[in-house]
Design a protein around this ligand. Structure first.
Ligand code: PEP
Ligand code: MN
Length: 458
């Protein structure tokens, strides 16, 4: 994770009236009610004293990369689970997810001829917004599951009680995840001299194998060619930058991770590089927008089909009043059937305002459906269609799609239907593991990267 070049970003005024806890004066959605306020305060105190998970230098260098993506000089790949859970903080889950993200970024770099900004949806993605506060089964009603940082998924009264100690566990597991990812990358896991090492076992049998292997050997040849010309090893190729992101939903946790650092003005959320606001908590006068307003991190906001141009422009004003480069990403998630109707007016309004944003397409959250056998799923064809329409709609509006935001895993799950192996409704029960939203499996994820490239070079 490289150092920043902050001088190229123009200075921004510190919001004087802001403190990490000023969100408490605003209406807050999606927060649990902790039964023991003293225990909550003690946990926050404990978190405040722990070392941060990321540094301000890394955060500012990501902001610089996002500023370049806004200018069309990079493409962003953001992906990971809908929600991490404590049980999946294992070597295999973490390294397989990293591999698939690296493979996808290789496909994108190779096909788009652009550097890729790699951002994981991990090392802190433990809190979930829910559509209802309670859940009823067989006449019994309990509080909903809000992610492992809040409570447990088991349908018992004890499991569903919000427990603030879980924040300390989430912080520790985020640190372990970060530590492992950093060690893998620093140790040469992402070395472009050996992309063949990134292979998952499946690659040999997949219908996509041939195309992927061709790309890998093409890239190996290009690296060797460059080194022959240079007469030496090209050093930067043995490591990549990798950043983390999560939905900063659980404000008591985020507040306790918000710090000032020596020789920097302002406040940083040092639990992640790139926090985002979910669609359910993006109200202009709400607690989450108030919290995000005061951070120096680059931030994302999900934009859904009910968002209006007016609201969006006001949100941009509040979250990026100085039009700082790299500061604000808008992640649209409309659904394949609504994007053509909903997105153009928003693109047009932002383009006319002249404000700088990075547009990112989340083709997952507008395309969730339930099957007759009770699974929450998404069809690969709808995901594909939303991405393809997004590229076309941006081109027509004179704006640019600068990245994608995906829910995926490196495991062989069967949660989304379709893709190269044409998974059907009956396949879902074979390996459906998500407690929350359905994820692309490694093969569907790689296929998504390939379809982006095909669409781009059309
Ligand atoms: C998510 O990203 O998992 C999520 C809940 O998204 P959204 O806020 O767009 O619904
Ligand atoms: Mn989700």
């Amino acid at each position: 994770m490289s150092s920043s070049n902050e001088r190229s970003l123009h200075p921004v005024n510190l919001p004087e009236d802001w403190q990490p806890e000023s969100w408490r004066t605003r209406p807050a959605k999606q927060l649990p009610t902790y039964p023991d306020q003293a225990a909550l305060a003690a946990v926050q105190e404990e978190l405040r004293a722990l070392p941060p998970l990321v540094t301000s230098w890394e955060i500012l260098s990501l902001k610089q990369q996002l500023a370049e993506a806004q200018e069309g000089r990079r493409f962003l790949l953001q992906g990971g689970d809908c929600a991490e859970n404590f049980g999946d903080c294992t070597s295999d889950v973490i390294s397989n997810r990293l591999k698939v993200l690296l493979q996808m970024s290789l496909v994108l770099v190779h096909g788009m001829r652009l550097p890729v900004v790699r951002v994981g949806r991990f090392a802190g993605q433990y809190a979930k917004p829910r559509s209802a506060d309670t859940e009823t089964r067989d006449g019994v009603t309990l509080p909903c599951y809000r992610g492992d940082v809040v409570n447990a998924p088991a349908f018992t009264p004890e499991a569903r009680i919000p427990d603030p100690r879980r924040m300390v566990r989430a912080h520790a597991r985020s640190a372990m995840t970060m530590n492992f990812v950093r060690s893998l990358i620093d140790g040469g896991f992402a070395d472009l001299h050996h992309p063949e090492y990134w292979g998952l076992e499946w690659v040999g049998e997949s219908p996509l194998a041939e195309e992927y292997q061709r790309m890998v050997s093409g890239l190996g040849d290009a690296v060797r060619f460059m080194e022959t010309l240079a007469g030496t090893q090209v050093h930067n190729l043995n490591r990549v930058d990798f950043y983390t992101s999560h939905e900063a939903l659980l404000l008591p946790y985020e507040e306790a991770n918000t710090r000032q650092v020596p020789r920097q003005w302002g406040w940083f959320n040092l639990s992640t590089h790139f926090p985002w606001i979910g669609v359910r908590t993006a109200a202009l006068d709400g607690a989450h927008v108030e919290y995000f307003r005061g951070l120096r991190n680059p931030i994302g906001v999900k934009v859904g089909p009910t968002s209006t141009p007016d609201e969006l422009l006001r949100l941009i004003d509040v979250l990026n009043p100085d039009d700082e480069p790299g500061r604000l990403s808008l992640i649209h998630r409309m659904g394949a059937t609504q994007i053509a109707e909903r997105l153009p007016a928003l693109l047009e309004a932002v383009r006319r305002s002249g404000r700088r944003v990075l547009w990112i397409c989340d083709p997952m959250h507008g395309n969730t459906e339930s099957t007759s056998n009770g699974y929450k799923t998404r069809r690969f064809d709808n995901i594909r269609s939303e991405i393809e329409q997004a590229f076309d709609l941006h081109a027509a509006a004179g704006t640019r799609l600068g990245g994608v935001h995906l829910e995926l895993t490196g495991e062989d799950v069967t949660e989304c239907m379709g893709g190269a192996r044409a998974l059907t409704e009956t396949d879902l029960e074979r390996a459906y593991k998500s407690q929350v939203d359905p994820r692309l499996n490694y093969e569907q994820a790689l296929e998504t990267a390939m379809l982006i490239v095909r669409k781009q070079v059309q």
